[in-house]
Design a protein around this ligand. Structure first.
Ligand SMILES: *[C@@H]1O[C@H](CO)[C@@H](O)[C@H](O)[C@H]1NC(C)=O
Ligand SMILES: *[C@@H]1O[C@H](CO)[C@@H](O)[C@H](O)[C@H]1NC(C)=O
Ligand SMILES: *[C@@H]1O[C@H](CO)[C@@H](O)[C@H](O)[C@H]1NC(C)=O
Ligand SMILES: *[C@@H]1O[C@H](CO)[C@@H](O)[C@H](O)[C@H]1NC(C)=O
Length: 392
């Protein structure tokens, strides 16, 4: 910060010196010009050989930096900070751990809910007959729910309050992961909400998630105000704007990725401190950006870039479409289960629609295993159609 200030003062002084014309010529202007040139040279030096821990543009506002960028050679790759090197070593080794060979591999179904789970009966239908291949965890952030299904009884974990859009949401996700990781048979971890319902039968879901090496974490680049517009320079040097990503929070992840999420403090703290509602006059929601950005940075080919939980944003409102009893028909469920392209829409004026085929181990397959948001009143219809739509 000192260098640009001195440079400014130099100009200022020079103008002051030149202004009074009647003064006898002094040698000072030349002096200052030399000084200014020296400062310029050191600026260029600082650009070409940036000090550790800082990117050159970190020192200056981007408007000063961009003209420099045009005539200087590209900056060398950034030197990692101590914390980054430590984080990357840990992450790399966890990624390289072969899967624990469990005799009895299970999927952890982690429910993040304020209280009651209106679809327990439906989930029971989904789970019945598959005992030993799943485990259930419930994080109830407002009130301890009364469970209707015995499968959900005594599955509540110690929970804390969750505020919408705040880091407490990510904390709850981590709390669920930690509890589920305690059971070494759990190999895949699915985050679900109280308004989520299953779209396929258990065997289909089990093989879809277990017979693949990747995590289904939603991730896309949105140049608009609800994407890149939420980025803060405070995240530098570790998180650069080019790596900033967005995605729905409803993930499913493999065990190595779950471990990495718990091992991470460096990137997590950046989001905790600099991605929150009201940050610098804008709203940033850590649950929509932390995992997409983090996994995009550390293991981009290890994530599918779409979430296996369907949600309908096509109405273009602040909240996704929520289904009422009369909406839930066999045709609706058939429609959702047959979608085989993921879709993302940018939040800029262009509203660009990005469509990608859902490739599962290289094959185009239906994208979704679960769907939200369903009102509790849809339970009867869902129960009625369950065997039909899940067997498609
Ligand atoms: C999973 O990854 C390992 C190593 O990266 C690879 O050898 C194996 O074939 C992969 N399995 C699947 C199902 O993709
Ligand atoms: C997800 O997107 C990244 C680029 O952002 C890409 O490198 C990666 O291959 C994608 N994942 C899959 C499974 O295609
Ligand atoms: C199902 O999809 C078809 C074709 O996209 C559409 O015309 C129809 O309205 C959809 N039905 C429901 C109930 O969403
Ligand atoms: C389910 O499918 C069967 C066979 O296709 C059909 O006879 C039955 O009416 C369907 N049930 C409902 C509730 O749609």
């Amino acid at each position: 910060m000192k260098i640009p200030k001195a440079w400014w003062l130099g100009i200022g002084e020079m103008q002051v010196m030149l202004a009074p014309r009647h003064r006898p010529p002094s040698r000072r202007p030349l002096w200052i010009i030399i000084l200014v040139s020296l400062v310029c040279v050191s600026l260029i030096g600082a650009y070409v050989y940036p000090p550790r821990q800082h990117t050159p543009c970190y020192l200056f506002s981007s408007s000063v930096c961009s003209p420099l960028k045009q005539w200087l050679p590209p900056a060398p790759a950034r030197v990692f900070t101590d914390d980054e090197i430590a984080a990357r070593v840990v992450i790399k080794d966890i990624l390289d751990i072969p899967n624990i060979q469990s005799k009895n591999p299970k999927i952890a179904f982690m429910f993040l809910t304020p209280g009651r789970l209106p679809f327990e009966k439906l989930w029971e239908k989904f789970f019945r007959g598959h005992e030993g291949r799943f485990s259930i965890y419930v994080h109830a952030s407002k009130e301890r729910p009364e469970h209707e299904s015995p499968l959900f009884m005594n599955r509540d974990i110690r929970s804390e309050k969750v505020s919408w859009g705040k880091i407490t949401m990510v904390d709850a996700e981590k709390r669920l992961l930690a509890n589920a990781l305690l059971d070494t048979d759990n190999q895949h971890f699915v985050l679900l909400s109280d308004s989520c319902v299953p779209l396929h039968d258990f065997d289909y879901v089990y093989s879809y998630l277990m017979d693949i090496n990747i995590s289904f974490i939603d991730c896309f680049e949105d140049p608009g105000p609800h994407g890149a517009g939420r980025y803060s320079d405070h995240m530098l040097p570790e998180i650069e704007k080019k790596d900033w990503r967005k995605g729905a929070q409803w993930f499913s992840m493999k065990r190595q990725h779950a471990l990495i999420v718990l091992a991470d403090t460096l990137y997590y703290l950046k989001f905790k401190h600099f991605c929150k509602p009201g940050m610098e006059g804008r709203n940033c929601y850590a649950d929509e950006h932390y995992l997409p950005t983090f996994f995009h940075m550390i293991d981009p080919s290890g994530i599918a870039n779409w979430s296996v939980t369907h949600v309908d944003w096509s109405e273009g409102k602040w909240h996704p479409r929520a289904y009422r009893a009369q909406d839930v028909t066999f045709e609706l469920l058939k429609n959702i289960t047959s979608i085989d392209e993921s879709m993302h829409v940018t939040s800029d004026a262009k509203k660009e629609v990005q469509r990608k085929p859902c490739l599962w181990n290289g094959l185009k397959r239906p994208c979704y295993l679960f769907a939200r948001k369903f009102y509790p009143e849809t339970l009867d219809n869902l129960m009625q159609y369950f065997s039909n739509y899940t067997s498609m």
